[in-house]
Design a protein around this ligand. Structure first.
Ligand code: M6R
Length: 606
């Protein structure tokens, strides 16, 4: 995700800011930029090294702000990179987060004569502050007034061209930390870039603003109340900080899931109406209303997300859905009739099979949509319309948070289609309520992951696993098995539990354990019968059950509980323990979790 570093003090800012950007590289980014009031602004697409090459040798000044951008609104290009300024180049900002109401604000500012050079939501913040500054008593008053008009999330560092040395920081939803040094102070999105200069930090809370100079910092709330805060000492190593204190990116990314769900839903749920609002689909709204059939294409984890999407869309919106492996679809001579949508699901937006499957759909006249995490990627650019995941960069090869966000987008998509068709307002409300409860449910699961950490090593020498589930949790079984395969190199097969008697039951013995996904839903009793059949053949069972399910737990050897949720949202919760299970088995085996052998994060060749 985007990174912020800002400095004010006695030293030359240029090298400090560039070093800070290098330290933020681990967060993932596609462009970078910096601003020093006395010298100006430089931006570059690509690695920080490109920015370093672009900054003139003489770029003097003892304060400045800098940013690594991971695109959310607008493709990765220089005009969209941060810092952003108002049209008169008086106010300069760097921003992390998403401004939900940026379109309305942009319109309002355009009416007042402001012009814009980027496609970002962030640029409007600089213009809004500049607009308020025309009548406000001070820069900080203009900032405070502006923040009150923003909806969404932000971590902001703000400077004015005529006030070098002063930086204003503001936080709502996107973390910001102040680094308090000797006659110098820092602001950053996490401690990594500042801890080599000072270990004394103050974490800003949501709704707080700080005025920072080289020798002072004042913190207050949006309402104007002063906040007294004493710096705390951090004891992270630089390496630990890059992974947010976690040992592996995969663990960090799993722990980000509650926030990822919130970001994926941000501004996309209309609570009062029990509806979803997907801005990226507005231009194709009419075609969506009359869609007769949806074909979802994807590979690996994204394909499994599509399978869950099939249950969601058919059940909520009553539109027929087929899900195809993209690598098969593209060579299959598919039948595409009037009213067919081809929906490509891809974290990277660059997977060649998914891209070609989508292109095949387009050639045959389908409306093409994308559910993509990487903004500006090829699938995002070439699809007719789409929805971004807003999951932030996923660095671990094993997809975890991106899978969950794909499920959340598919749930929102199904809700949107459903409410445009036959889904009642009452059902819409119930579904929206269940969606908004998910982040806390995931937090609950994360807080009990110690149980999985304990049992996983007891399975670490197992050679083969079966994963079973039914209905919407059949794809969860497939995904759980894939996670184990890819990071622990253990053979694991996902099966529909109903298929057990048609073959796989023959393999069950005491050395062939089964992971059974059996939450209390409409197929719970059938799942319990499957568990009993496995137990009767001496098979060991690790069951994923609903909280309080003593009956199920008594039938399994090991059990992990997940909170109750809407039946069709249960894969979002059930997959979390399976991700942890794969993680801890891989950990016990001492394998390179983030970079499993033979695999790449983005598969851009066939
Ligand atoms: O970037 P994509 O979502 O298109 O990638 C698709 C698959 O390659 C990907 O999900 C792969 O299966 C993951 N490594 C699974 O963890």
């Amino acid at each position: 995700m985007c990174g912020i570093i800002a400095y004010t003090g006695k030293r030359q800012a240029k090298e400090l800011l560039l070093d800070g950007l290098r330290a933020l590289e681990y967060r993932g980014y596609d462009s970078a930029g910096l601003y020093i009031p006395e010298s100006g602004m430089v931006k570059a697409v690509g690695p920080v090294a490109s920015l370093v090459a672009a900054v003139p040798h003489e770029f003097l000044g003892t304060s400045g702000i800098a940013h690594t951008r991971w695109a959310t609104h607008g493709a990765p290009k220089e005009a969209n990179a941060h810092p952003h300024t108002d049209d008169l180049k008086k106010v300069v900002i760097v921003h992390n987060g998403i401004i939900e109401n940026y379109k309305e604000l942009k319109e309002m500012l355009a009416h007042k004569g402001h012009t814009f050079v980027s496609e970002t939501d962030s640029e409007i913040v600089a213009n809004l502050i500049a607009e308020k500054r025309k009548t406000a008593k001070s820069l900080v008053d203009a900032v405070t007034e502006s923040l009150k008009e923003l909806r969404g999330t932000y971590g902001l560092a703000i400077m004015a061209a005529d006030e070098p040395g002063t930086i204003i920081a503001a936080r709502m939803g996107s973390p910001l930390v102040l680094g308090i040094g000797e006659s110098e102070n820092f602001i950053a999105s996490d401690p990594t870039p500042i801890m080599r200069h000072t270990k004394n930090v103050i974490y800003l809370n949501d709704g707080e603003i700080a005025i920072v100079t080289g020798t002072s910092y004042d913190i207050f709330t949006l309402a104007g109340a002063s906040v007294a805060r004493v710096p705390e000492a951090i004891d992270w190593t630089v390496e630990a900080a890059e992974k947010g204190g976690y040992e592996h990116y995969m663990e960090k990314e799993m722990m980000e899931i509650p926030e990822v769900i919130e970001n994926t839903m941000l501004g996309r749920v209309i609570l009062e109406e029990g509806r979803a609002k997907l801005g990226g689909l507005i231009d194709v709204a009419e075609k969506l209303k009359s869609a007769k059939r949806i074909i979802i294409v994807g590979c690996g984890t994204a394909y499994y997300a599509g399978l869950v999407g099939e249950y969601l869309i058919e059940s909520l919106a009553r539109v027929p859905v087929e899900v195809e492996l993209a690598s098969e679809f593209r060579y299959r001579n598919p039948v595409i009739e009037e009213g067919t949508i081809v929906l490509a699901v891809s974290q990277s937006g660059e997977t060649i099979d998914t891209l070609e499957a989508m292109r095949e759909g387009k050639r045959r006249g389908a409306l093409t949509l994308g559910i993509v995490n990487v903004v500006g990627s090829t699938i995002a650019r070439e699809s007719d319309a789409g929805v971004y995941n807003h999951a932030g960069p996923e660095i671990g090869v094993a997809s975890t948070k991106a899978f969950v966000s794909q499920l959340v987008v598919l749930a929102l998509f199904a809700l949107h289609l459903g409410r445009e068709r036959e889904m009642s307002e009452e059902d819409g409300h119930a579904f929206v309520k269940a969606l908004t409860e998910l982040p806390n449910h995931v937090r609950t699961i994360q807080s009990t992951r110690g149980l999985i950490e304990k049992i996983a090593p007891t399975y670490a020498t197992t050679r083969d696993f079966l994963y079973i589930g039914r209905k919407q949790n059949y794809p969860t079984a497939l995904e759980g098995a894939l996670k184990l395969k890819e990071i622990s190199y253990v053979h694991a097969e996902g099966y529909s539990a109903g298929e057990m008697k048609h073959g796989p039951l023959a393999m069950i013995d005491k050395d062939f354990p089964t992971v059974a996904i059996a939450p209390q839903d409409s197929v719970y009793e059938k799942m319990v019968s499957n568990i009993e059949e496995i137990k009767a053949r001496s098979g060991r069972v690790f069951a994923i059950l609903t909280e309080g399910d003593v009956y199920g737990a008594e039938r399994a050897d090991d059990a992990f509980f997940i909170p109750k949720t809407h039946e069709y949202l249960s894969p979002i919760l059930a997959v979390i323990p399976l991700q942890f299970f794969a993680y801890y088995i891989s950990l016990a085996k001492g394998l390179p979790i983030d970079k499993p052998r033979n695999l790449a994060k983005s598969v851009t060749v066939e």
